[in-house]
Design a protein around this ligand. Structure first.
Ligand code: AMP
Ligand code: ZN
Length: 123
């Protein structure tokens, strides 16, 4: 129901809206009606995939009314990690949120990182 090309769901000038609309080239890993997964342009691990909703949401902090979307994103991230062979050894899912959270692209996205030992705490 509804895609980013339908009115009101695209944020003008938003990088990830443009990626969702296939206006910018990316290495697409997976796609369904509501989400797109693609390789991060500056990978921080052997596997570094970004998962976005196709509709524009600024950040996790702005996603209060979007419980179903959030649930679906997390489940999709889980499925992708399994498909990418990360489930057994492990992986990390990160949602940087607003300035202190280190968010640089203000369209909600999940980082799925794997293929190496992650450290804690993150920087
Ligand atoms: P964040 O810092 O959590 O907002 O994450 C934004 C991520 O988007 C960073 O890891 C960037 O490397 C990544 N990124 C920025 N531009 C692109 C692009 N054109 N294609 C793929 N990933 C991108
Ligand atoms: Zn957007």
């Amino acid at each position: 129901m509804g895609g980013p090309s339908e009115g009101g769901m695209v944020m003008e000038g938003c990088l990830f809206c443009r990626i969702a609309a296939k206006e910018l080239p990316t290495q697409i890993i997976a796609e369904d009606e509501d989400t797109l997964a693609f390789t991060d342009i500056r990978p921080q691990a052997p596997v570094h995939v970004l998962l976005i909703p196709k509709v524009h949401v600024d950040s996790l902090a702005e996603a209060g009314e979007k419980r179903e979307m959030l649930g679906r994103l997390l489940d999709t991230a889980r499925g992708l990690a399994a498909k990418l062979g990360l489930a057994e050894k492990g992986f990390r899912v990160v949602i940087n949120t607003n300035d202190d959270g280190g968010q640089t692209v203000h369209h909600l996205h999940l980082h799925i990182l794997g293929g190496r030992q992650m450290r804690w705490p993150p920087g």
